[in-house]
Design a protein around this ligand. Structure first.
Ligand code: SF4
Length: 479
């Protein structure tokens, strides 16, 4: 039985209990949200290392990081290092988007075996690798790949079943056509074969596979806008209507669903896009890429997109797919993953603060108190990226004697406004009125709204050396 089926039957599962603990809510509330399709627990029953989490509008905003090998990189140990980096910097889920770089099955299995967070994939990528030309893809091959990945323990899969033959003419005249990898592959397949999208025509068979292994749908937005000029056009909204129908079909099979969203959207259009998805898809969680709010900043798209992500999160998006500084330019490395995750953890937390999630701002308050007290070490410890905060501070004032200094190099000792303010209050006897009593141990905040980020329970994750030395070698030997 899937988490959805059990929730509908009134059962509070152990995953729901754990999520209630992490989110600081009643387990029964978790069950209700899942039963109503308003939240999903991506938890393939074969994923033993998983620390269960939830994605839904009524829970803390989550962040996904894409990892994976490409033609030019990488090997399993490099991939596991990327996984570790992503989880360490606070990814709530990861997507293995590998398209090359060795044995895709072995890389995927190693990621699932070593990930305490849900792992997502886009199975059409692997299917495409198995044929010479896009038009040679078959429904049977797609179903075989989906089933194999489900058996490996993949928790959610992007299925671009909403790209229909009749939608394709609507993309004519766009500035950037079809920018989704899955969307562009399927559009080519449809045109070459003059047949309907096989993921659409075989959707119920996919539902049956997902129900057996409890895989969650991430309904792909293959026709998402690739620039702000294309945002909210007929093609995007026609696909969204289809995704709404597919959501209800999946629910009929007791399969959990979230829906993917754009892309590139100007700031003023984001709230209405989120609202429209909610109406069309009956409240199924919305998982958005960015969106980028302007197209003019290649090299800085973790910033252009995290602005959109913060607005999307505030407007009700449940999970934000990170974008790194390398977006549109190249494959991200470890440092890009770190920068992308920092930008998105900020967006997610800012959305939770704006939405008044219980205790979300306690983290801000604790850090502000440490800052005003000139407790530099405490400020570093509470920082979203402690290593980065300390590194920047210590570039100019590295000595231990500066760890309680009443200034930093930004304004200098003479012009430090906080020191000046404190001295004035000291003189007036007002320092006792300064509030500094935030206790994070007592905070009702969800796990993701407390430091440190990336604090998933990893007790079921085997040591990395083991997989590289043993399991991976076994997997590679099997091939
Ligand atoms: S010197 Fe300026 S930036 Fe540094 S602690 Fe004082 S007020 Fe803040």
């Amino acid at each position: 039985m899937t988490q959805l089926e059990r929730a509908r039957a009134g059962e509070v599962t152990s995953a729901m209990e754990r999520i209630a603990e992490r989110e600081q809510v009643d387990p029964e509330y978790v069950r209700e949200q899942v039963a109503e399709g308003q939240a999903v627990i991506p938890a393939n029953r074969h994923h033993d290392a998983l620390d269960p989490m939830i994605i839904g509008r009524e829970f803390s905003t989550k962040v996904n990081a894409n990892i994976g090998a490409s033609e030019t990189t990488s090997d399993i140990s490099e991939e596991l290092e990327k996984l570790h980096t992503a989880v360490h910097y606070g990814a709530d889920t990861v997507m293995d988007l590998s398209t090359g770089g060795g044995d895709l099955d072995a890389i995927r299995q190693a990621n699932v075996d070593h990930s305490p967070v849900p792992v997502g994939t886009v199975p059409i990528y692997e299917a495409r690798k198995q044929v010479d030309a896009v038009e040679d893809l078959t429904a049977e091959l797609l179903l075989d790949v989906i089933e194999k990945q489900a058996e490996q323990g993949v928790d959610y899969m992007t299925i671009h079943a909403g790209v229909l033959m009749e939608h394709l003419p609507l993309t004519d005249g766009r500035k950037t056509g079809i920018v989704s990898r899955g969307g562009s592959l399927l559009a080519q397949w449809i045109e070459e074969n003059a047949m309907q999208n096989p993921l659409y025509t075989h959707f119920e068979e996919i539902c049956e596979i997902f129900a057996e292994h409890d895989v969650t749908f991430s309904l792909g937005d293959g026709l998402r806008p690739g620039c702000i000029a294309d945002a909210g056009d007929e093609a995007q909204y026609a696909e969204l209507e289809t995704l709404g129908d597919l959501t209800r079909t999946a629910w009929d099979h007791d399969v959990q669903v979230m829906v993917e969203g754009p892309g590139h959207v100007p700031m003023d259009q984001i709230p209405e896009q989120i609202e429209r998805q909610r109406e069309v898809c009956d409240g199924a969680p919305f998982y958005v890429l960015g969106p980028l709010v302007t197209d003019v900043a290649p090299g800085y798209d973790h910033i252009t997109s995290s602005i959109g992500a913060a607005i999307a999160g505030q407007s009700g998006a449940a999970m934000l797919c990170y974008v790194t500084p390398k977006e549109h330019l190249g494959l991200p490395d470890k440092e890009d993953v770190r920068d992308g995750l920092a930008a998105y953890r900020i967006a997610a937390h800012a959305a939770d603060v704006a939405n008044d999630r219980p205790g979300a701002s306690d983290w801000d308050d604790a850090l502000s108190e440490a800052r005003y007290a000139f407790d530099w070490n405490e400020q570093f410890d509470l920082a979203l990226d402690p290593e980065r905060a300390k590194e920047y501070h210590d570039q100019t004032l590295p000595g231990d004697n500066y760890k309680d200094a009443r200034f930093c190099s930004m304004c200098g000792a003479e012009f430090c406004s906080m020191r000046i303010d404190q001295d004035a209050r000291d003189a007036d006897g007002e320092m006792d009125d300064i509030a500094d009593d935030t206790d994070l141990d007592e905070s009702p905040a969800a796990d993701v709204n407390r430091p440190p980020v990336g604090s998933h329970d990893t007790s079921n994750v085997p040591p990395v050396e083991d997989v590289v030395d043993d399991a991976t070698e076994d997997l590679l030997a099997d091939d």
